[in-house]
Design a protein around this ligand. Structure first.
Ligand SMILES: [Zn+2]
Length: 163
């Protein structure tokens, strides 16, 4: 049997347009980005610092055309695991990435890293009285106002491996 590396995708996305939520598991051949993409590196390092080392310890992060892969244009990012050792990696939609501000970039990366490093958590969809997500693992991206208003809370959740 020819050895090859495959990916397990699960716990997709953040829906930017639709609010649909679903879990997709697909096995596919490893795509062509064996390292941390330079356009993602700074944000991953910032999140690693904000999380006091809890997040951002992975070796692979890249961009992916989710429309071409899955026929969906509302996926902002995705965590997946490379077989056979379930090495975590994240993939980001380049169509979104370059339109996000720096707070949104950090929260998107933190969200996907959290999936990658704690796949058993999944999404946490509680909202506060203002309609803002209580946890950075909310299933969708949200208003910039909420991102800023709740940022400190999300940062403390990034570092929850120390709790
Ligand atoms: Zn998610």
């Amino acid at each position: 049997m020819t050895p090859y590396r495959a990916l397990v995708y699960t716990l997709l996305f953040i829906g930017l347009i639709n609010s649909c939520s679903k879990i997709v598991t697909v096995i596919r051949i490893e795509p062509d980005y064996p390292n941390i993409h330079p356009h993602l590196k700074d944000t991953i390092q910032e999140v690693n610092k904000l999380s006091k080392g809890c997040l951002g310890n992975l070796k692979y992060a890249g961009f992916m055309d989710f429309k071409a892969e899955f026929g969906k244009d509302n996926i902002a990012g995705m965590a997946n695991w490379i077989l056979p050792f379930f090495e975590p990696q994240i993939n980001i939609n380049p169509d979104y990435w370059y339109k996000l501000n720096s707070t949104q970039k950090k929260l998107l990366i933190a969200h996907e890293l959290y999936h990658a490093e704690k796949p058993y958590i999944g999404h946490i969809n509680d909202r506060d009285d203002w309609g803002c997500a209580e946890h950075l693992m909310y299933y969708q991206m949200q208003s910039n106002w909420c991102d800023i208003y709740k940022f400190e809370q999300y940062v403390s959740q990034m570092g929850d491996c120390h709790d």
